[in-house]
Design a protein around this ligand. Structure first.
Ligand code: PHE
Length: 344
């Protein structure tokens, strides 16, 4: 009898069923009134008294195991709905929604492509930066308003020595400082990335946005080189008929500095509400790298000169796609994002 019980224990342990009918057959085989286990129970009275304890225990073990296994299999079938009734299995599947590239990425890639063709490579740097690379090395005086709480997010501020502050970078010019610190000319890089400024969020300002800054340092780099590269960029980005104009401006790290406008790509320079009837729209800041900055970064300003420029990716995207509200870029509204499905 013990041998028979052992044999059934093994069987029960390894039993499987492919569907509810097979499971029911197993239940009948082992657990029904006329099942194998009940038959053994009936035989139990013939077991010699001295073996009753051992055999009884084994028999109980078998019964419990069979009940557990069958309950477990039943649960498995109950949880899975195998019925295909009412389903048309020949129907085409739901189309899988493909994601779209974010408009800012589309424009960023386009800008990188254009400058890439002109020989610029990409340089990246940290978003959490020290004051040294964001301001000090770029010729910002210790009391320059851009260091003010109004504009800068502080991670760790040091009241005794502002140059030890840890901040969120306010422009990607910090990457230029890092590149110049490590590399000797010729340097020709663009620095794309996210920057942060402590501004109230509205349709025209956000506390973070994206920039691409360019830097070219070599022997005999002149303002003419800068102008030609920017004209080339403007025409590739906004069309071959695009004109540019440079207006004098001020940045601590460039001298001379300028802001660049392009002829309004909507009215072609005739004047319209978009360009406020001026025929021009501003797109970037630029200038010749201040010799003091080159020296602070370990590049000999007597031998080398360079130019730099910086543009906002949101600004260019707004111009290209006429997005009226900056906040759309970070709200992840798929109705907005899907409009860019056909762009690459
Ligand atoms: N870093 C400047 C800004 O954030 C832009 C700039 C870059 C201007 C390089 C001149 C040269 O506004």
């Amino acid at each position: 009898m013990l041998a028979k019980i052992e044999e059934l224990l093994q069987e029960v342990n390894s039993m499987t069923a492919r569907n509810a009918e097979e499971l029911e057959a197993l239940r009948i085989k082992y657990l029904s009134k006329k099942g194998a286990i009940n038959a053994l129970m009936a035989d139990f009275r013939n077991v010699p008294a001295d073996q009753k304890k051992e055999v009884g225990m084994k028999l109980n073990e078998l019964k419990n195991l069979a009940q557990e296994r069958i309950a477990a299999l039943k649960e498995m079938f109950d949880n899975q709905d195998n019925s295909t009734e009412g389903l048309d299995l020949s129907r085409t599947a739901y189309p899988i929604d493909l994601g779209t590239r974010h408009p800012l990425s589309i424009v960023k890639n386009e800008i990188i492509d254009i400058f890439g063709r002109m020989g610029f490579s990409i340089a990246e740097g940290p978003e959490v930066e020290d004051d040294l690379h964001v301001f000090t090395m770029l010729n910002f005086a210790a009391d320059h308003p851009a260091r003010d709480m109004q504009d800068t997010f502080f991670v760790e501020s040091n009241t005794e020595d502002v140059t030890k502050n840890i901040i969120l970078r306010t422009h990607t010019s910090s990457v230029q400082a890092r590149v110049m610190e490590k590399t000797q000319p010729p340097i020709r890089v663009i620095c794309p990335g996210r920057v942060y400024r402590n501004e109230a969020i509205s349709y025209r300002a956000h506390c973070f946005f994206h920039q691409i800054e360019g830097l070219y340092v070599d022997k005999n780099v002149s303002f003419t080189d800068l102008k030609q590269v920017l004209l080339q960029f403007a025409q590739e980005m906004f069309g071959p008929q695009t004109k540019i104009r440079l207006r004098p401006s001020y940045f601590p790290f460039t001298e001379p500095s300028a802001e660049m406008d392009i002829s309004c790509h909507i009215c072609g320079g005739e004047g319209c509400p978009f360009c406020k009837y001026t025929g021009w729209v501003e797109i970037l800041g630029c200038g010749m790298v201040d010799p003091a900055v080159l020296d602070a970064c370990g590049i000999d300003s007597k031998i080398y000169s360079g130019y730099a420029f910086g543009l906002g990716v949101e600004r260019i995207t707004n111009l290209k796609y006429k997005v009226k509200d900056l906040r759309m870029f970070s709200e992840n509204d798929t109705r907005f994002l899907k409009e860019f499905e056909s762009a690459y």
